[in-house]
Design a binder for this molecule. Structure first.
Ligand SMILES: Nc1ncnc2c1ncn2[C@@H]1O[C@H](COP(=O)(O)OP(=O)(O)O)[C@@H](O)[C@H]1O
Ligand SMILES: [Mg+2]
Length: 365
């Protein structure tokens, strides 16, 4: 494979150990371009991850790296094993990213040895382990001074603002599609008041601002190659002040659904209570009593909010002409909106059960 020039130029700035042996594109991440660098360190092989930061999504790489560094250096203080913490590598100039001649920003991490990443759980244990990893993340950062972090994407989970953006798209109706989505709009309008439920709980002192990961997909957890236990939470680009329950909720939105988020056949889309219980068990075991019960009892709201908000965003994009989410077919964003709203409706049906599951695991911890 022909080696790209820019990353090879960038890598020279970093204080990695050893002599560079090999350098190849790596992983299946969608946001950043990732490379694996292998070095020879007096006969020992060492590995590093070099990544181009996606500056079209993250406009301020300095802010983003400051957030990551604040969190990782805090986690390293108490880590039992360095493999449990994503570790950035400093440049020779003393920075944590470097901008190459074409303007691309690069950063380097120590490779987490003997780890694998998976794109979807292959068993209930995998899903449990990912919940455990993100629960531990909350546990380990429970005392972190969250005012040290900045919002890398402002209003990321401000659902009332997402609702307003939808109303604006309805008003503008640039593609003339509003007439097709009456049912979806009625469904959303009927739940307008729900949009502010987490922000209201925050104002009432029941839901504190914490370190939120904001991308709790299973492929952002590295698993041990041999034991298949969760080792390390990665992809910290969206770490910012937020709520524990939205981290939980996004994982549920994605992981407790029986079909992909763009499944056109809604009869295949269901909310799986068993998977909800599995993840809740993992997450709360990981939290290990670090969250108060009042906050834990809002986990179902977190799951419903993330699903509802995502559906609102898909519909907004559909009405605006599919400018944000990548689409590969006509009505792709509308299909996505419909799966999310079906999941919301099913969560509402299972609401008492969801609360009971959370209460059960809350008591066990
Ligand atoms: N420190 C690391 N050690 C081992 N593998 C890593 C590390 N960081 C990233 N990876 C691998 O690279 C992939 C993409 O990294 P990630 O930071 O998640 O980027 P993206 O934002 O594109 O998802 C991960 O899914 C994982 O396979
Ligand atoms: Mg990732």
């Amino acid at each position: 494979m022909k080696r790209p020039i820019a990353p090879l130029e960038a890598i020279k700035h970093f204080t990695y150990e050893g002599k560079l042996l090999d350098f190849t594109p790596y992983g299946s991440g969608l946001i950043n371009s990732t490379y694996l660098a292998v070095t020879d360190c007096d006969g020992h092989v060492k590995k590093y991850i070099l990544q181009a930061i996606n500056t079209s999504v993250f406009k301020d790489p300095q802010l983003l790296m400051n957030n990551i560094l604040a969190v990782t250096s805090y986690l390293l203080l108490d880590a039992k094993d360095p493999r449990n913490v994503l570790t950035p590598v400093v440049t020779k100039e003393g920075h944590y990213f470097v901008r190459d001649k074409s303007g691309v920003c690069w950063r380097m991490y120590v490779y987490v040895e003997d780890s694998i990443s998976i794109n979807a759980p292959e068993s209930k244990e995998d899903f449990y382990e990912s919940g455990l990893a993100f629960g531990r993340f909350q546990h380990d950062l429970a005392e972190f001074p969250v005012n040290k972090l900045k919002e890398s994407i402002p209003d990321f989970h401000n659902t009332p603002k997402r609702f307003e953006a939808l109303m604006k798209a309805v008003e503008e109706d640039v593609c003339g599609r509003v007439k097709e989505v009456k049912d979806e709009l009625d469904f959303i309008m009927a739940r307008k008041d729900f949009c502010s439920c987490l922000l209201d709980a925050n104002k009432a002192g029941e839901l504190p601002l914490r370190v939120s990961h904001n991308d709790t997909k299973i492929n952002n957890v590295l698993f041990d190659r041999d034991t298949r236990k969760a080792v390390c939470v990665i992809d910290l680009d969206t770490v910012m002040p937020g709520f524990s329950v939205t981290d939980f909720g996004d994982a549920i939105r994605f992981g407790a659904a029986t079909a992909p988020e763009d499944e056109p056949d809604l009869s295949k889309v269901n909310f799986d209570m068993e998977l909800f219980a599995t993840y809740t068990d993992g997450f709360l075991t990981g939290c290990g009593g670090s969250l108060p019960d009042s906050e834990i009892m809002l986990l179902p709201e977190g799951a419903k909010m993330m699903t509802f908000e995502c559906g609102i965003r898909f519909l907004t994009d559909y009405l605006s002409g599919d400018t944000y989410f990548k689409t590969t077919r006509k009505g792709h964003n509308l299909d996505r909106c419909r799966t999310q709203m079906k999941l919301v409706a099913e969560m509402e049906k299972h609401w008492d059960e969801m609360k009971a599951v959370v209460k059960k695991y809350c008591k066990n911890k």
